[in-house]
Design a protein around this ligand. Structure first.
Ligand SMILES: C[S@@+](CC[C@H](N)C(=O)[O-])C[C@H]1O[C@@H](n2cnc3c(N)ncnc32)[C@H](O)[C@@H]1O
Length: 282
């Protein structure tokens, strides 16, 4: 989506503020598709791979855009990066701040701003070794221009890493048997996530003596339904001279074991993608 009307962009930002204000304290619990073992291991491996690609550079600097409660920032700190973690939501950053205080980690700078504004203000800085969008692009009104702005912040040889983004729904050219299995897995996954969310929200409601209000993600996750086509991002980055390190389409389930099964047996259509691209050295 390009040239999003500013009124819609503002509505998307407001919806994100509201959703993440309400979700911050329980975010890690109600997103097992991110915080489950399977996705955490995959993230760790990919970040280690990218760090090897960046080997030889001194004082690695990273920007974690839409950092949330620190899923990526904390891993990067452990890998020795100096991290700037940006997020629109003060409540999500407060959770990250608490985690940092527990670790006594000081090499992380928290910025409570809109990603687009931060990037526009920085202009073409060419000073970051790694820039990450993890599960963020589908929340941004105009993600193409934001990716372009982010790319301009990369130092020569620096890496842009995008992960956990929804794919457009795939047309199923699959056998009857595979379709039945994939619906069955989807059903098990939904029972699991409704169970998890039911427990977490009930606990929240009891603790804060508030009635649970349904969350509406249609504006905050503006590109979730329609999905994001990685080839278009790839094309954009290639136009800027980037080298594509990998593009992977994966099966994202709430239950880690289902993602694991899918990785081995390809039972369901891929639902999300991850991409890494490097800015040329000269
Ligand atoms: C699904 S969460 C992902 C958090 C984290 N990156 C992770 O991997 O768990 C999306 C995050 O993006 C933030 N966000 C949404 N729109 C934003 C914007 N325009 N600028 C900065 N942060 C934004 C939200 O506040 C939220 O913390």
């Amino acid at each position: 989506m390009k040239n999003v009307p500013s009124v819609l962009a503002e509505q998307v930002h407001q919806a994100n503020l509201e959703i993440h204000r309400r979700e911050a304290e329980i975010y890690d619990w109600v997103h097992p598709e991110i915080f489950g073992n399977y996705e955490q291991t995959r993230l760790q491996h990919e970040l280690q791979y990218i760090t090897r690609v960046l080997a030889g550079r001194s004082e690695l600097r990273a920007l974690d855009l839409g950092c949330g409660t620190g899923n990526i920032s904390l891993k990067l700190l452990d890998l020795g990066y100096e991290v700037t973690a940006v997020d629109l939501s003060a409540e999500m950053l407060a959770v990250l701040d608490r985690k940092l205080a527990q670790r006594g980690n000081l090499k992380c700078c928290l910025v409570n701003r809109n990603v687009e504004d931060v990037l526009l203000e920085r202009g073409v800085s060419n000073d970051q070794d790694l820039i990450v969008f993890s599960s963020v692009l589908h929340h941004l009104p105009d993600y193409f221009s934001t990716v372009e702005l982010a790319y301009q912040q990369l130092a020569r040889g620096g890496v842009l890493y995008i992960c956990h983004e929804p794919l457009p729904k795939q047309l199923e050219h699959r056998s009857w048997g595979k379709r039945v299995i994939s619906h069955l897995l989807e059903w098990i996954d939904l029972v699991y996530i409704y169970g998890v969310k039911g427990l977490v929200y009930t606990r929240q409601a009891l603790m804060h003596r508030q009635r649970f209000r349904r969350m509406d993600y249609s504006l905050s996750d503006i590109h979730l339904e329609q999905g994001i086509e990685p080839h278009e991002l790839e094309k954009l980055l290639l136009e800027h001279g980037a080298e594509i390190l990998f593009v992977k389409k994966t099966h994202t389930h709430y239950l880690s074991i289902l993602s694991d099964l899918d990785e081995r047996w390809r039972l369901s259509p891929a639902s999300s993608f991850r991409l890494a691209a490097r800015k040329p050295l000269e």
